[in-house]
Design a protein around this ligand. Structure first.
Ligand SMILES: Cc1ncc(COP(=O)(O)O)c(C=O)c1O
Length: 456
């Protein structure tokens, strides 16, 4: 079988190039479950262990150099070890990492978030996107006095309990109704009833769900770019309909801008799509590669975090490392740099457009069913589908070659997520984007076309 032979050849190439990674992984498996500390970085047959990053490049333990289109799944918008970030963090290192007291940098960073993001009247910092969406949901519940949350099927919002539902649900026809589907063992079963999941880009479904649970829904949460469902984009008018429906039913509009915030634009997806949420959660780019998240939004909603004279809050928000000065030094340097470089987001968006249009052209010229999705500096390529509006469409794509494409790219010096998004960063050039597309081109010619021919 051709595909089997190809798999073995690709695996052999991978293993020949990365013997030290293989060695590390086998040792790591004895100690770290699955050999890693983050499922996302796990790979078959093993992950490549990186030891250095600079600009657009990574180097692995065996000294191989990679053009990086993963960028740690998004945060490194300025590439690896950007001199401004490195200098700011290095300078802070010598002054201490955390004081058990607030710092002036915290206020300055909050001012910059407020200036950049639509409706960010108040800001609180966390250590990750997961923490940010967790507090987002809690704040929405506290403010509205309601318990249920509506999410979109196939959206990822982090790894806390309420976020581990309907991230990878089956086809909606197999799971009728709004009750969400657990993505993990160990979750309270009652959560299925608390977190309701509706299809993306379907305002009628959202309306029916909100009507069925009238007066019970605290908020509707959206990762506008559906990062976990292949970067399905909102159809024109959809987000406006979500905002209108949520508000009509007394629920808050919650944007999960962990991926899109400070990547699409300083004002995130809210700015790009012209819809302002009541509250938004941030992470990734805002931390400039350091562990940081944030919640921002309407002052009246954010007042649930206020602290009265007895030291009591409606929603206590704690965290030893919240707003630690080391991380914030990186954030401030990032926010200063992006404010000084207004052309940055336009340029990155143009590179994303170039990648998507070149991939579409490639599909046409090879006669391969190929769909390039995403917006701005985020790109995903799908085989075997011609439309991607929701998670059901995402489930219909041809996934047989994801793993092969990963191995093929790694063997050709490109580091990219197996199934996920390709993230374009400041150091990338048009030539880099075209090199990425060329790699997909040769992969399709060598591996995918022969399979399609075999099947015809
Ligand atoms: C849309 C979205 N929300 C939340 C998160 C969780 O962020 P973190 O990994 O920082 O906890 C992620 C992570 O990939 C994400 O893509």
């Amino acid at each position: 079988m051709k595909t089997l032979i190809d798999t073995q050849a690709l695996l052999r190439l991978y293993e020949e190039r990365t013997p030290r990674s293989k060695q590390q992984y086998h040792a790591a498996r004895e100690l770290l479950p699955g050999g890693v500390s983050r499922n996302t970085v796990s790979r078959q047959p093993y992950p490549i262990y990186m030891q250095r990053g600079s600009g657009k490049h990574l180097w692995d333990l065996d000294g191989n150099e990679y053009l990086d289109f993963c960028m740690n799944y998004g945060p490194n918008l300025l590439g690896h070890s950007h001199p401004r970030i490195t200098a700011a963090v290095g300078e802070q290192l010598s002054r201490g990492f955390g004081y058990g007291a607030p710092t002036a940098g915290e206020l300055e960073a909050a001012r910059r978030v407020r200036a950049a993001y639509p409706g960010a009247e108040r800001v609180r910092f966390t250590n990750s996107g997961t923490e940010a969406t967790m507090y987002l949901l809690r704040a929405a519940r506290a403010f509205t006095g309601r318990e249920r949350i509506v999410k979109f099927q196939g959206a990822y919002h982090g790894s806390h309990d309420a976020a581990q539902l309907s991230v990878h649900p089956p086809m909606s026809s197999q799971e009728p109704g709004w009750h969400s589907v657990p993505d993990s063992e160990g979750l309270p079963t009652s959560l299925r009833d608390v977190v309701l999941a509706v299809p993306y880009n379907d305002p009628e479904a959202l309306e029916r769900c909100l009507a069925e649970y009238s007066g019970q829904v605290a908020g509707v949460i959206a990762d506008v770019s559906m990062n976990a469902s292949g970067l399905a984009q909102p159809r024109p008018g959809f987000l406006q309909a979500v905002a209108e429906l949520a508000h009509r039913h007394g629920a808050l509009l919650l944007f999960d801008e962990v991926v899109t915030g400070f990547r699409y634009a300083s004002g995130g997806a809210a700015e790009v799509f012209g819809v302002q949420p009541d509250l938004a959660a941030f992470g990734k780019c805002l931390g400039a590669g350091m562990p940081l998240g944030a919640i921002a939004g309407r002052a009246d909603v954010m007042s649930v975090f206020d602290i009265d004279s007895r030291g009591v809050s409606r929603v206590p928000h704690a965290g030893t490392l919240n707003a630690n000065p080391l991380t914030l030094a990186g954030t401030l340097a990032f926010l200063e740099y992006t404010a000084e470089t207004p052309s940055l987001y336009t340029r990155l968006g143009a590179l994303g457009d170039l990648a998507r249009s070149e991939l579409a052209r490639l599909g046409e010229s090879l006669g391969v069913p190929l769909l390039a999705r995403g917006a701005k500096s985020m790109v995903q390529v799908h085989f075997g589908i011609t439309k991607l509006d929701d998670h059901d469409d995402f489930l219909r794509r041809d996934t047989r070659f994801r793993q092969h494409l990963y191995l093929y790219m790694a063997a050709h010096g490109i580091f990219a997520p197996v199934s996920g998004t390709w993230f374009i960063a400041e150091p990338h050039t048009e030539q880099d984007v075209l090199a990425l597309v060329r790699c997909v081109d040769t992969f399709l010619q060598e591996h995918y076309l022969p399979l399609l021919a075999q099947e015809r």
